[in-house]
Design a protein around this ligand. Sequence first.
Ligand SMILES: O=C(O)C(=O)C[C@]1(C(=O)O)C=C[C@H](O)C=C1
Length: 117
Amino acid sequence: MNKAPDAREMSPQEEMADVRRTIDGLDDEIVALFAKRQRQIERAARVKPLLGVPALVQERVDEVIARVLGAARREGLSMELALKLWSAAIEWSIQYEEKLMGDKAPRSRDESAEDGG
Ligand SMILES: O=C(O)C(=O)C[C@]1(C(=O)O)C=C[C@H](O)C=C1
C-alpha cells in the first residue's frame, strides 16, 4: 500500500511518544469500563439481600472467568493477564459487595456449613 504523500516514518522518539499517548487513551477507556462494571456490582449488592444470595457465588465466578478467557483468546489478549486482572477484579468485587451489604449480607454456603448448616 502506498503511503499518503505527506506521510513519513516516525523517529523512535516520536513513535515512543505515540505509544504512550495511545496507552493513556486506552487506559482512560478501560477505567471508564471498570467504573461501569463497579456500578453493576453496587446494583448486585442492593438486590442480593432481597434474594438471599451471598456476595460470593462460586458458580458465577467460574462462569465469568471462563467467559473472559474465551473472549481473551478471541481478541489476542494474554490469557495469563486476563486471568490475573479478572481474578483481582472479582475478588475485590466480592469484598465490596460484602461491605455494601453489611449486616444484610446473606452468609455464603461455606460459612453456614461451618456451623453445621
Ligand atoms: O454475578 C454476581 O453474583 C456478582 O455479584 C458479580 C461478580 C463479578 O464480579 O462478576 C461478583 C461476585 C461473584 O459472586 C460473582 C460475580
